[in-house]
Design a protein around this ligand. Structure first.
Ligand code: AP5
Length: 236
């Protein structure tokens, strides 16, 4: 499930009204937290990884280009990702804000997004930096299973389903992502360190970065994110 569509009339009491960016290495918990935050504010959860996987599954021209790159654990070229993101955030369900998961991932993507947000009259984004050490990353990635139907994320070690191999929500089959195999984790981490980690300094310089200790439990991480959001609201 690439993005969660939202019914525009059904608004929560508190509006998000901004873009929230989840930044962090593979397996840090971006998807887990981004989904919860988007559901709380009834805004779309925009995972570029999910969008690309959906294109692969549907056999689109974009999916055909992205598939071998993703299987090698490398980043898909900016030119392909930027067009896909632009089209998505221009849809009306993004008017009250949205939550990015896995975007931006290069400085060029961040610069493009900055311009796009300005053009569409959004305030500056909140950037949540999920920090977790490499030992935990491997456990989280190799233990992850995803529901084929609704995209719910599980972990064999930390969040197993009630019935083995089946989603608690809809009974859908739980599968492992092809790039979650142990041998693909190293190139993914390398791509993160080389191309994405510079965004930490980039957003810090802009005063938009909030560090979060992502080694804690899902609930504790969520509490840190709530506090970061309150701080950002108080500032701008
Ligand atoms: P993408 O799908 O974005 O993958 P990723 O960034 O590698 O991140 P993951 O989805 O692996 O991890 P996550 O941080 O979301 O962790 P999760 O919440 O699932 O990208 C895949 C590929 O697509 C890329 O390699 C690239 O090729 C391409 N791509 C995507 N976007 C792109 C872009 N913008 N530009 C270019 N290319 C792009 O959690 C992981 C596990 O840990 C789960 O099992 C979960 O249950 C568990 N867990 C989570 N939080 C906790 C916690 N606090 N405690 C215990 N367990 C936890």
């Amino acid at each position: 499930m690439a993005t969660s569509p939202v019914v525009p009339e059904k608004r929560p009491p508190e509006e998000l009204n901004r873009a929230v960016i989840f930044l962090g290495p593979p397996g840090a918990g971006k998807g887990t937290q981004a989904k919860q935050l988007a559901a709380k504010f009834l805004v779309p959860h925009l995972s570029t990884g999910d969008m690309l996987r959906e294109n692969v599954a549907q056999g689109t021209p974009l999916g055909a280009k992205a598939k071998p790159i993703m299987e090698r654990g490398e980043l898909v070229p900016d030119s392909l990702v930027l067009k896909m993101v632009r089209e998505r955030i221009e849809r009306p369900d993004c008017w009250h804000g949205f939550v990015f998961d896995g975007f931006p991932r290069t400085v060029a993507q961040a610069q493009y997004l900055g311009e796009l947000l300005k053009q569409h009259g959004f305030r500056r984004p909140l950037v949540i930096h999920l920090m977790v050490d490499t030992a935990l990353i491997l456990r989280r990635i190799t233990g992850r299973r995803m529901c084929k139907v609704g995209g719910e994320i599980y972990n064999l070690y930390d969040r197993p389903p009630k019935v083995e191999g089946r989603c608690d929500n809809d009974g859908g089959e739980l599968v492992q992502r092809p790039d979650d195999r142990e041998e693909i984790v190293a190139p993914r981490l390398h791509a993160y360190e080389k191309q994405t980690e510079p965004l930490v300094a980039y957003y810090k310089r802009l005063g938009l970065l909030h560090d979060v200790d992502a080694s804690k439990s899902v609930d504790e991480v969520k509490q840190q994110i709530d506090r970061a959001l309150q701080q950002a609201r108080a500032k701008h």
